[in-house]
Design a protein around this ligand. Sequence first.
Ligand code: GCU
Length: 133
Amino acid sequence: SGQRYEAETAPAVCQGTIDANHAGHSGSGFCNGNAAVGAYAEFTVNASTAGTATLGLRSAHAASGGTARPASLIVNGATVATVPFEPTGSWTTWATHTLNVPLNAGSNTIRLDPPTAAGLPNIDYLDVSTAGT
Ligand code: GCU
């Protein structure tokens, strides 16, 4: 089954501002993270059973210079991947990164933590799909 978690909707945390000035986002806005190392966005997601879940992370960024804005993907406190977040071409061009992560049964935290001073791309939502019903 699948569930969408909007970056602007609590209990999601955005270390930055919730903005809505770039068309094409889902819901009422997106997370514009602060331009700083460690300025994270975090989602709290529920899984009915433990196991592998497929994440879909939707983002956009078009910063001058075309430099990627990677982020560590931290699940329940453990870094499990780096999401590259290459430029999408414009602030209104939203792209989805798909990857598999382990989740616990019940509540899980999924944090995007940027290691560079540019911070995160704009983050729209996180989709979580699990094998269970
Ligand atoms: C621009 C853009 C913002 C974006 C920011 C950034 O100001 O309008 O939406 O967050 O650049 O570089 O992160």
